[in-house]
Design a binder for this molecule. Structure first.
Ligand SMILES: NC(=O)c1ccc[n+]([C@@H]2O[C@H](COP(=O)([O-])OP(=O)(O)OC[C@H]3O[C@@H](n4cnc5c(N)ncnc54)[C@H](OP(=O)(O)O)[C@@H]3O)[C@@H](O)[C@H]2O)c1
Length: 310
């Protein structure tokens, strides 16, 4: 089977397509015929060496953590799904080895969840990593309550677009921070206030609103300027930093965990029409490296999806 593998850390030059053996499911494992994978910044950050040491790797490893596909085969006692079921999941294993950018993926069934019927299987691949991040950031780490105000820095990206919708479901007021070209889009998906991070007055405006929770999906200058706008008793959850220089701010860095029960909840919201992925571009598998490079430019609205099967 064909897979996209990384032979070392350092650059995109270490990525290549390889023919590897199609695996056979063992105890508790499912073999998934891949329909699509979505691009997450972590995929190219690991390849380019920015996460070196954070995740142990066995080279050459198959790239990618998001997956949607169809159950092809089941191992001993793997009975949560039937052959032919549509499934999806965030498959971050303890080490980088058997990723998802592959025609077939062998995975312990605990990582998987039945894919929603309401959206296509290829669009479903855009949900797991980004959706679980948004959900865990708002609930487990951010303790967002109905009626509170959340500010989402980098609201137009993969995590941000899902965080806007989940915040709405949770009954929060939403301040979305993005570039000018994404503000109407964010208003349309549920943001109450939208500000352009290139507008010199945005920090002053959001400080006046004084959000209860800040979710940082942006990093850099937007994070450093936006975080201090949090209310005095407020919380900050960051996807891009573990610490913040101002220690008086209640600041928590997080790493998303695979969690099929959380994913089931997101699936139910998708089925109810309350949550949906926004896929801005599809690539065929042969062009997966271009997809990763496009995401690296930092301007993806919603998600980029790489389709693998038919
Ligand atoms: N710790 C974790 O568990 C975890 C999980 C998921 C993601 N992450 C990290 O969180 C970040 C966001 O992930 P993602 O998947 O949402 O990324 P993404 O989809 O690639 O984000 C792209 C978005 O970033 C926005 N952006 C670019 N420059 C910006 C700036 N200066 N200020 C505000 N927004 C800006 C862009 O909006 P404009 O085009 O409008 O500028 C674009 O819509 C990444 O660094 C990723 O590695 C961490």
């Amino acid at each position: 089977m064909k897979a996209l593998v990384a032979t070392d850390y350092g650059s995109f030059d270490n990525l290549k397509f390889a023919e590897i053996e199609k695996p056979v499911p063992g105890e508790g494992e499912i073999l998934v015929k891949t329909r699509a994978v979505s691009v997450n910044p972590v995929d190219w950050k690991i390849v380019t060496g920015q996460r070196q040491g954070s995740f142990p790797a066995v080279f050459p490893y198959v790239v990618g953590w998001d997956l949607s596909g169809i159950v092809e085969d089941r191992g001993h006692a793997a009975r949560r799904f039937n052959v032919g079921d549509k499934v999806y999941g965030y498959i971050r294993r303890p080490q980088l080895k058997d990723g998802t950018y592959s025609e077939y993926v062998l995975v312990p069934e605990c990582y998987l969840c039945k894919a929603p019927d309401k959206i296509s299987l290829k669009d479903a691949s855009a949900i797991p990593l980004a959706g679980l991040t948004a959900y865990q950031a708002l609930t487990v780490f951010g303790h967002l309550h109905r009626g509170e105000t959340i500010m989402i820095l980098g609201a137009s990206g993969g995590v941000g677009t899902l965080a806007v919708q989940i915040s709405k479901i949770m009954g929060a007021k939403i301040i979305a921070i993005a570039s000018a070209s994404n503000l109407d889009f964010l208003k349309n998906i549920g943001a109450d206030y939208c500000f352009d991070y290139n507008d010199a007055t945005w920090v002053e405006k959001v400080t006046e609103i004084s959000p209860d929770l800040v979710l940082d999906c942006a990093g850099g200058e937007t994070r450093d300027k936006g975080v201090p706008a949090v209310s005095k008793e407020g919380r900050v959850v960051s996807l891009t930093a573990r610490e913040f220089p101002d220690k008086t701010i209640n600041f928590t860095g997080m790493l998303v965990e695979p969690h099929s029960l959380n994913l089931e909840l997101l699936t139910s919201w998708i089925e109810q029409g309350k949550l949906k992925p926004f896929v801005s571009k599809y690539f065929k598998f042969d062009h997966a490296i271009e997809a990763l490079k496009l995401n690296q430019e930092g301007k993806t609205r919603g998600k980029i999806v790489v389709t693998i099967g038919d």
